[in-house]
Design a protein around this ligand. Structure first.
Ligand code: SF4
Ligand code: SF4
Length: 360
């Protein structure tokens, strides 16, 4: 089955009935891939996203129309290696732990095999090396080779690091944060297009805040659909969100959406003459692991469009190491690399003041 253009994320369901209705509506809309994780919506062994997805898809009208992806991580969600948590799929660092979590997901979702399996939240070389060690994650997955189809990786690393991961030749699909205001990983998209690797764009609405602005919401989805080989992964929480995405897809002109026109319109909405970061990503990597362009994408929308939601989303996502702008040591490396000749250090100082101050 060929991958649909829009894919189903399983991380934002309110409860079991909403999950079942939403997943079935998404499959009815033609979205044929669902991205599961042991930790999504986890409340108990019986009440979690994997169980809810299982109820939605294990029905004669649905099972044959959707491909299932599952995943687990050697890490803790951030840059570190994790402690083993079978229930939530973190800290999976031995072949035996992999098999435990793999079978747990199969049992919860109620499937014999996965179409895709992802090495999840793997952002550093240390984490990837841990995965590939003898007796580790990868060996465990190879030992159940008859129960999964294609291998992918989900990562928030910078573009250069992601490409080095992909050069291992092990991954046929990669899931990265990518959206209309944060294109810092654009080089990965270009690399994957050349190599025939599928790109899944997670975080299409930047933690949801882009969806709070009617026009930005349209532009966000249209932008991702304008890029060849990119599949937006949307964490649907309701049937109306599915209907909205299906409408944007239906409205796509025969020649596709035009990326440059969309980016120009976003630029007009931001509407400032001040020199600003364009989230190009060329200043990476930062020695402190900060994704400068990603951080400043939230700051730009907050500062120039006065959207409090951007600041809220930024602060909610401080579990993501790349967004920890408070760890900046003002070393100036990013400033030296910026092709826009921005005074990046001064901008970061202002961004830290605005984005972390308590009053908005
Ligand atoms: S100035 Fe800050 S963000 Fe820029 S490279 Fe140095 S530590 Fe990283
Ligand atoms: S600071 Fe400069 S190099 Fe870094 S992402 Fe922004 S525009 Fe690009």
């Amino acid at each position: 089955m060929e991958l649909s253009r829009i894919l189903i994320g399983a991380m934002r369901f309110k409860d079991r009935p909403a999950a079942v209705a939403t997943v079935r509506a998404a499959i009815d809309a033609g979205f044929n891939y669902i991205d599961c994780s042991p930790c999504y919506c986890y409340r108990s062994e019986e009440e979690n996203s994997e169980r809810w997805v299982g109820e939605a898809i294990n029905h004669p009208d649905y099972r044959d129309r959707v491909m299932v992806s599952a995943k687990c991580s050697p890490g803790n969600g951030g840059w570190e290696l994790g402690e083993f948590s079978k229930a939530k799929g973190f800290g999976v660092r031995t072949a035996d732990q992999l098999r435990q979590v793999f079978d747990q997901s199969r049992n919860r979702i109620g499937v014999d095999r996965f179409d895709y399996y992802h090495l999840w939240t793997t952002h550093t070389k240390e984490q990837l090396d841990e995965t590939l060690k003898p007796g580790g994650w990868y060996e465990g997955l190879r030992s159940v080779k008859d129960k999964w189809g294609r291998l992918g990786i989900t990562t928030h690393a910078d573009g250069g690091t992601i490409i080095s991961f992909l050069e291992s030749g092990k991954f046929e699909i990669v899931t990265i944060p990518f959206n209309v205001v944060n294109t810092t990983r654009r080089e990965v998209v270009d690399y994957c297009n050349k190599k025939g690797i599928v790109v899944i764009a997670m975080n299409p609405f930047a933690g949801g805040f882009l969806a709070t602005h009617e026009r930005l919401r349209d532009l966000s989805l249209r932008y991702l659909l304008s890029l060849e080989g990119v599949h937006p992964l949307i964490g649907f929480s309701s049937v109306s969100e599915v209907d909205y995405a299906a409408k944007i897809l239906d409205e796509m002109p025969a020649g596709g959406y035009n990326a440059d026109e969309i980016l120009d319109e976003v630029n007009d909405l931001i509407n400032t003459d001040e020199p600003r970061c364009t989230a190009c990503g060329y200043c990476q990597p930062c020695p402190e692991g900060i994704n400068v362009g990603a951080c400043l994408s939230y700051y730009n929308i907050y500062k120039y469009m006065h959207m409090a939601e951007a600041k809220e989303a930024f602060n909610k996502k401080q579990w993501e190491d790349g967004l920890r702008l408070d760890r900046c040591k003002y070393c100036g490396t990013c400033k030296l690399r910026c092709p826009n000749h921005l005074d990046v250090v001064a901008i970061i100082k202002d961004a830290r003041r605005m984005m972390y101050e308590k009053k908005s």
